[in-house]
Structure formats: structure tokens, C-alpha cells
Design a binder for this molecule. Structure first.
Ligand code: 4EZ
Length: 230
């Protein structure tokens, strides 16, 4: 039986999920709250991790190892890099990287550590389901590279570095760490983000203005995907 983990980083990213799911059972564990629930007859577990790679890997690990989830969907907001992406637009990650991982002093590429990979790919079947959902609802959905780091990017310089170094289309602060966990445990995973800002000088103000509305766009899409998952 499938048990689907749905993760966000912030309360605002999971609240629109909690508003629509049924049979919620709240469990406190490891200084966080996990919500077992059902949606259209499917078992899910929802949690927000808190912001950043460390909290996100902790939560992802618990969702898989303690709650036994056998697939993981991340829902949230992101800063746009690709000029195609406007506020409210959806992007699914083909692969993710850590833009702040840097042992280049030893001649290694950015984002790389020995025995790791610069990029980790998301599950192709889940991406296909996302494309079906987008088509059915006549929604625009971009596929691209998502770069993750423990920084809220609010400068064109940093944004350009991430764009040119990783060919990234969007950036956020959790995706690649969740990817590391799911890849290590061989669990199919998927990352969806709706754009809240453009990671530039006005990113902080845009983020505050659009966090809630963009988070809801992502969450509503994720629930349509849950329905479409076999
Ligand atoms: C992190 N999330 C932002 C959390 C910011 C402030 C209280 C997504 C995100 C993001 N991350 C949206 N825009 C971003 C940006 N410009 N840089 C990094 O996943 C919390």
C-alpha cells in the first residue's frame, strides 16, 4: 500500500494541504509535528521541516524511516532564475544541486563532494504524473534544474553565479537535501515549487507579498497529483 509523504519547509507551505485533507492525526516527534491524514482514500503524512537543508533532511529521513512513506512530494515556493518564470508559475525539478557546497579549493567542481554527485534526479514517473495533471487543468508547468542552499538569495550577483555555475532555473533552500535522503534510501521523490520572487534586490519584499498565494498554488497542484497517483 502506498503511503505518500508531503513536505514543505514553512507552515504557510503545508497549511493549504491541511485545510483539504481528511482524518488528520497529529503526532509529535523529534521536536516537530507530523500529520497523518487521508486524501481521496490515500494515506499521506504531512510535515513542514523549518527552513534550510539540515532541518529538511531530518524531516525527510523521519518521514521515510519512522513513518514508512514510500514516496515523497515536496511542495513550496522558490525564487526564479529563468526569465520564463513569473510569480505564481510552477516548476518541477528534473534534478537538484547544492549551490553552497564548495570544496573548490581542492580542485573539485562547485556542488561536489567525493562519493557524491553534483545533481540528483527526481522520479520520472512522478514528473509524468505532474505533466498529466498540468495538462488536465490547463496549467503551465516548467521542468528545470533547482539549486538549493542555506541562503535566501536576494542579489543579482549571487543569482547569476548560481545560474551560470549550475544552469539552474529556480532556487530554494531544501530540495537538494531532501533529494540526498530519498536517493540514499531509494525512495522516489519529486519537488514542485511555485515562484514567490526573482531572487533579486526585491526578493524579500516579493517573498513576503506572494508566499501565501504561491504556496497555495503549489499545494493545490500536489493534492491533484496525490489523486492521480495509482
Ligand atoms: C526556502 N524558501 C524561502 C524561505 C525564506 C524567510 C523567512 C523558498 C524561497 C527562496 N529560497 C523563495 N525564494 C527564495 C530565494 N530568493 N532564495 C532562497 O526554500 C524564509
Amino acid at each position: 500500500m502506498s503511503k505518500i509523504a508531503i513536505m514543505g519547509a514553512m507552515p504557510e507551505e503545508i497549511d493549504p494541504l491541511l485545510a483539504k485533507v481528511e482524518n488528520i492525526n497529529k503526532i509529535e516527534y523529534a521536536k516537530n509535528i507530523y500529520y497523518e491524514a487521508t486524501y481521496k482514500g490515500k494515506d499521506i503524512v504531512i510535515a513542514y521541516s523549518k527552513i534550510g537543508k539540515v532541518f529538511a533532511s531530518l524531516t525527510a529521513t523521519i518521514l521515510l524511516e519512522k513513518f514508512g512513506c514510500n514516496q515523497l512530494l515536496f511542495s513550496g515556493v522558490a525564487g526564479a532564475i529563468s526569465p520564463e518564470l513569473k510569480i505564481g508559475d510552477l516548476i518541477i525539478a528534473t534534478k537538484l544541486c547544492q549551490h553552497d557546497l564548495d570544496i573548490t579549493a581542492f580542485g573539485h567542481p562547485y556542488g561536489y563532494v567525493p562519493e557524491g554527485d553534483v545533481y540528483i534526479s527526481t522520479d520520472e514517473k512522478l514528473r509524468d504524473i505532474a505533466k498529466e495533471v498540468a495538462q488536465k487543468n490547463s496549467l503551465k508547468l516548467k521542468e528545470g534544474i533547482v539549486a538549493t542552499g542555506d541562503q535566501f538569495v536576494a542579489s543579482t550577483e549571487r543569482k547569476e553565479f548560481i545560474a551560470s555555475t549550475f544552469k539552474a532555473d529556480a532556487l530554494e533552500m531544501e530540495g537538494a537535501s531532501v533529494a540526498v535522503v530519498c536517493d540514499a534510501l531509494d525512495v522516489p521523490f519529486f519537488v514542485l515549487r511555485a515562484i514567490s520572487d526573482s531572487a533579486d534586490g526585491s526578493a524579500d519584499m516579493d517573498f513576503d507579498e506572494f508566499l501565501e498565494s504561491s504556496a497555495k498554488i503549489s499545494a493545490d497542484f500536489i493534492l491533484d497529483m496525490v489523486e492521480a497517483i495509482e
